[in-house]
Design a protein around this ligand. Structure first.
Ligand SMILES: Nc1ncnc2c1ncn2[C@@H]1O[C@H](COP(=O)(O)OP(=O)(O)OP(=O)(O)O)[C@@H](O)[C@H]1O
Ligand SMILES: [Mg+2]
Length: 295
């Protein structure tokens, strides 16, 4: 499949170009979300595209939305291009396999993170304070250690720059206590369902981030779901607490970038062809292991 770095559909109103997705408005309060092959690391879009990445993100999101359909309703209308409105279908070649037609929602501006293991910013915070997002944890936990139970650790959705971890209380102050309680319950329920399934495939979902929105009086799960971009997937066979396990997520690219003397400000340095190739492999492997199918 051809690599897509950026789409431009002159007759469709562009709502936003995110780091990875191009989002267009479609009549009837709908959106066309196109996952390109762009990749970001440390919140900076890299100059290289990763072949197959947009298709993996889309196919995995669809896989999970089906698996968790009875836990929470989602924004998905269809990902079948043949069923898109006529004005979209002429772009089928660019949309096939990497796009979704969804209900447009008012996105709750918080990242709803579930953590079952101590990694990333959670591990950093724990080392300083013994807590993650205001949740006190047992003393003496090691990096990547499994938590006594999964926790809800929200973050602000920064318009630019890095997301910031906050406590549930802070989220409740800004978003309302009731919606915060609902999103916490849904976040943990979806995470638990997905993590239990992934365990049967030999994969640990260490943590993941969801976004929710409101549409027609309903709370919907929106955006991408349980992809390598929004989650940490670890092979269970290589897991040991006390070290950072090898992941199927962007850790491989991050690790490469850490070997350079880049200050993590744009522009990002180019990735060597070998790193691009192996990153594509990582994304395809994550899909294969989780779903049991090749893309
Ligand atoms: N159903 C929906 N209704 C409205 N907005 C949505 C919906 N689903 C996803 N979005 C938004 O579409 C955008 C997807 O683009 P992308 O993930 O590339 O952005 P991003 O650079 O990660 O920025 P962000 O930090 O906002 O996620 C996100 O801003 C997400 O909040
Ligand atoms: Mg995003």
């Amino acid at each position: 499949m051809a690599t897509v770095v950026q789409t431009s559909f002159p007759d469709l109103p562009l709502v936003r170009r995110g780091k990875v997705r191009d989002v267009y408005a479609v009549e009837g309060d709908r959106l066309l979300i196109v996952a390109t092959d762009r990749i970001s690391a440390f919140d900076v879009v890299l100059p290289n595209a990763i072949p197959e990445k947009g298709r993996v993100l889309t196919a995995l999101t669809l896989f999970w939305l089906d698996l968790i359909r009875d836990v929470v309703p989602s924004h998905l209308i269809t990902a079948d291009v043949a069923r898109y409105p006529a004005p979209l279908r002429k772009y089928a070649a660019q949309l096939e396999g990497r796009s979704m037609l969804v209900r447009r929602a008012a996105v709750v501006p918080f990242e709803c993170v579930a953590r079952g293991y101590l990694a990333g910013s959670g591990w950093k915070e724990y080392q300083k304070t013994g807590e993650v997002c205001g949740i006190p944890l047992p003393a003496g936990l090691r990096e990547a250690e499994k938590l006594p139970q999964a926790i809800f650790t929200p973050a602000t959705k920064a318009e630019s720059g890095h997301d910031q971890n906050i406590s549930e209380v802070e989220m409740a102050k800004a978003a309302g206590a009731e919606v915060t309680a609902t999103l916490k319950r849904l976040t943990l329920a979806v995470y638990t369902r997905a993590a239990d399934y992934a365990a049967t495939r030999g994969i640990i979902i260490a943590d993941t981030k969801f976004e929710f929105g409101r549409a027609g009086g309903e709370i919907l799960l929106v955006d991408e779901v349980l992809t390598p971009d929004s989650s940490r997937f670890w092979p269970a066979s290589e897991y040991a607490p006390g070290m950072s396990p090898p992941s199927f997520d962007k850790q491989y690219v991050r690790d490469y970038l850490e070997t350079l003397t880049w200050n993590k400000q744009p522009p990002a340095p180019p990735l060597p062809p070998e790193v691009v190739r192996r990153t594509t492999e990582k994304y395809l492997e994550a899909y294969r292991l989780l779903t049991g199918r090749s893309l």
